[in-house]
Design a protein around this ligand. Structure first.
Ligand SMILES: Cc1ncc(COP(=O)(O)O)c(C=O)c1O
Length: 463
């Protein structure tokens, strides 16, 4: 007889009650589709450092970190004290404060190539404005984006994002524009051209055919919603050269990678000078700070020729959070600590997996990495489908039951924060992973449905 599934779920009484209460008012019981997991929806009480507590009092090592923004740790006193002090002067004036100027000066200093930037409230607004300014600068309408990349929830971004069935993306040689959900006007979708990450031949063919209509390529430097799949060596350099050859702008969407991969983000990490970039997440340690910026010549189309506004753009809370977070990133070894912590977790996981001889790939950067069960190096979103994601999902659910919280979806990477370096967090993550992995293998060996059924993922997660 197959043994009982080893995964025992944490107490969820208060959260299930909250779900039934919340869904009467909030569709799906949450404020984002990505957090609406039916009766498994997690309702949070609080976080501190690298830990989070749900409404039932269960404690977890948090490996989601809010989908990436919380780079230092939850409720970081350095940031919170500064924000508190600044916000007592009032938060919203529709006038410009020094905090906003300082925040963008820091962004310019840390990136080293951005010459001018403007704040927005979300990454979505940042990518929307970057696309608009690229269109304005080039006088062209079309934007190329890569399959499996998420750039936020505006209509131009929701094309060929994260289908569960990669066959929906169409033929590998001629991908289709796959709108995510209803309500995206056809003519809007028509302006977006899907391409395949890491596929330079396809890009060249596309540029030769349609280059004169294309304003920009927007690219997440790594596949931030597919376990951080990395570029092949030279991919970004070749793409940069191609865009220059055809007069097409290169937009780096650094919403996840900015101020995480390096002080100057993925542009610094990969040695690329894009034309425009977008930032959010790590720049505010969880406060709603975001920005788009780039070359002076392009950004100078604002304010006269390109629209950008927003009542809350540059609000005091976000600007102060950005100032303090960016100062910490600049002045302390926070990113080095995060990198070393991520490397320690990765090494522990490799040891566990190697001992069982299961084929796997550790993808991404130590500050934001994933584990894919496959013997092939994945190079694009379509490759996710060929990995053993049922095994991954079972491990994620098993970890959750044991006190660590990665995203319950095999696409979303783990995020490491500075506070994870403290205490025994690294060892605990590795031992929880090991226990969950062994339990998942055992359940699978006995044909228990627990492995696949344990997923609970409501679709890929992004924000
Ligand atoms: C690469 C990337 N771009 C843009 C966004 C959208 O940012 P926001 O959720 O702040 O609107 C996200 C969110 O996860 C993202 O990962």
């Amino acid at each position: 007889m197959a043994p009982e599934p080893v995964v025992t779920r944490p107490v969820r009484d208060a959260q299930v009650a909250m779900y039934h209460r919340a869904r009467r008012t909030l569709p799906g019981g949450a404020n984002s589709n990505f957090r609406a997991w039916g009766e498994d929806t997690i309702y949070v009480d609080r976080g501190k450092g690298g830990r989070v507590w749900d409404l039932d009092g269960n404690e977890y090592i948090d490996l989601r970190m809010g989908y990436g923004p919380v780079i230092l740790g939850h409720a970081d006193e350095r940031v919170d004290d500064y924000v508190n002090e600044r916000m007592r002067r009032g938060v919203s004036f529709s006038l410009t404060s020094e905090d906003e100027v300082r925040a963008m000066e820091l962004l310019v200093e840390l990136t080293g190539w951005v010459e001018m930037a403007r704040m927005t409230v979300s990454g979505t607004e940042a990518t929307m404005h970057a696309m608009r300014v690229a269109r304005a600068y080039t006088g062209r309408d079309k934007i190329v984006k890569f399959e499996g990349q998420y750039h936020g929830v505006h209509d131009y971004a929701l094309i060929s994002v994260l289908p569960n069935d990669v066959a929906d993306l169409g033929d590998a040689d001629s991908p289709v524009r796959l709108a995510w959900g209803r309500g995206i006007p056809g003519p809007v979708a028509e302006t977006i051209i899907p391409a395949r990450y890491n596929n330079l031949e396809m890009l060249r063919r596309l540029f030769e055919r349609q280059g004169e209509e294309i304003a920009a390529i927007i690219v997440e430097p790594v596949l931030g919603n597919a376990q951080g799949i990395m570029p092949r060596p030279g991919f970004h350099q070749a793409m940069r050269a191609l865009t220059e050859e055809f007069g097409i702008l290169l937009i780096f969407d650094e919403v996840k990678t900015g101020f995480r991969f390096a002080r100057g983000g993925a542009a610094e990490y990969f040695g690329i000078r894009p034309d425009l970039a977008t930032y959010a997440k790590a720049m505010g340690n969880g406060y709603p700070a975001a920005a788009f910026g780039g070359r002076r010549e392009i950004m100078s189309l604002l304010p006269d020729k390109v629209s950008h506004g927003g009542t809350y753009a540059g609000n005091r809370v976000a600007a102060a959070a950005a100032v303090k977070t960016l100062e910490i990133i600049r002045d302390t070894p926070a990113l080095e600590t995060i990198r070393a912590t991520g490397e320690r977790i990765q090494a522990g996981i490799r040891q566990v997996l190697d001992a069982k001889g299961i084929p796997y790939q550790v993808t991404g950067h130590p500050a934001m990495f994933g584990i894919m069960f496959t013997d092939r190096t994945p190079s694009e979103y379509r490759d996710w489908a060929t990995t053993d994601h049922a095994l991954y999902d079972a491990i994620a659910v098993g970890m959750h039951a044991r006190g660590a919280m990665p995203e319950p979806d095999s696409r979303e990477p783990w995020f490491v924060c500075e506070a994870h370096a403290r205490g025994d967090t690294v060892d605990r993550v590795v031992s929880i992973f090991a226990d969950a992995f062994h339990a998942a293998l055992e359940a699978r060996a006995h044909g228990a449905g627990a492995v696949a059924a344990a997923s609970g993922a409501a679709g890929a997660a992004a924000g």
